[in-house]
Design a protein around this ligand. Structure first.
Ligand code: PEP
Ligand code: MN
Length: 339
């Protein structure tokens, strides 16, 4: 059920509707928009009777939702969500650039890369302190020590920190040291982690699962939103296909497909999306051209010595070139993008 308030509905009329929803034992999700407030309802098992709402003051319509998602949809919020971290945004007018190494390896490595990222004008620094590795014997990240280094990067370079939580306890830690919680591809359907992310005060970067359909990905975002956290950015990072010329197949069609149904911003990650250094910049250009709100990209000061994902890491010079190219493309794409 979706309640659409009249454009001139007052605050107290909205509050009255929220109370009715709570009294029925459900959870209301008010979404104030440019022209009207809509209120999503979750927590109901079966259909909600629209007659509870139809005659309340200020209500324009009570609409039955037939789609599997209720909160991520443009029906609830026709305007795009802008994820805000201080004065940095994802989904606003600026192209969001999240850059940094795959993993934090040392203070010197993190600072050297942060210097490059800051110089490029990007607002977000990424780096894993906890790494989801295919092999239990591969480098697993520095753990809390890595988070402490990230917190120093934030203080020294003024960059917002995006870093992965592998589990619920990891969210507690990222909340202590970071600015945005990354949920990785392998965890996209870890439902207890999604629910914990939904209770976080930090925004969430939700990567697409390795074999996730669009609906599965959007329903993962729905898990987070249903707990009350509406600050989510999606990230297309490539899916598993039969192709052997890339690590993953970057599904660029996912960007307009998400845009058609959801108000959430969507990023592309051409690093994991290709796995190959020489493909990262071309696919970054393509991602921005199809309307992505930003990029997540891996950079390393010494890719040959990286402890994880070195083959897809850009050198600082390559990264700087990428940023200037994608900014130029974004300038051209923005008018179409906004309409
Ligand atoms: C990463 O961002 O380094 C990462 C592990 O990504 P993904 O979850 O997309 O594989
Ligand atoms: Mn990586």
């Amino acid at each position: 059920m979706l309640i659409v308030m009249k454009t001139d509905a007052t605050d107290s009329q909205v509050q009255a509707v929220l109370r009715v929803i709570e009294d029925l034992g459900f959870k209301p999700h008010p979404m104030p928009g440019a022209t009207r407030t809509a209120i999503g309802i979750t927590g109901n098992q079966g259909a909600v009777d629209p007659s509870h709402f139809e005659n309340l003051a200020g209500v324009a319509e009570a609409i039955r939702v037939s789609k599997p998602y209720k909160l991520i949809t443009l029906d609830l919020r026709p305007e795009k969500t802008i994820v805000r971290i201080g004065d940095a945004t994802i989904g606003g007018d600026d192209l969001a650039i999240i850059a940094g190494p795959c993993a934090i390896e040392s203070r010197a490595q993190a600072f050297a890369i942060a210097e490059t990222v800051r110089r490029s004008g990007a607002r977000f620094f990424r780096g894993g302190a906890y790494k989801p590795r295919t092999s239990p014997y591969a480098f697993q990240g520095l753990g809390e020590e890595g988070l402490k280094i990230l917190a120093e990067v934030r203080d020294l370079y003024g960059l917002k920190i995006v870093t992965e939580a592998l589990d619920e306890a990891g969210v507690d830690l990222v909340e202590r040291y970071g600015d945005m919680v990354q949920i990785g591809a392998r965890n996209m359907q870890n439902f207890s982690l999604l629910r914990r992310a939904g209770k976080s005060h930090l925004p969430i970067l939700l990567k697409r699962g390795l074999s996730a359909t669009l609906d599965e990905w959007l329903l993962a975002a729905e898990y987070i939103m249903s707990e009350g956290n509406y600050q989510i950015a999606l990230c297309e990072r490539g899916i598993r296909t039969f192709a052997q010329h890339t690590r993953n197949t970057m599904d660029l069609a996912a960007i307009p497909a998400v845009r058609r149904v959801s108000h959430l911003p969507v990023l592309v990650d051409p690093s994991h999306g290709t796995g190959k250094n020489y493909m990262v910049t071309p696919l970054a250009r393509a991602g921005v051209a199809v309307g992505a709100d930003g990029l997540m990209v891996e950079v390393h000061d010494q890719p040959d010595h990286a402890l994880s994902d070195g083959a897809q890491a850009l050198t600082p010079e390559q990264y700087e070139q990428l940023v200037s190219e994608v900014r130029a493309i974004h300038e051209v794409v923005v008018p179409a993008h906004v309409s």
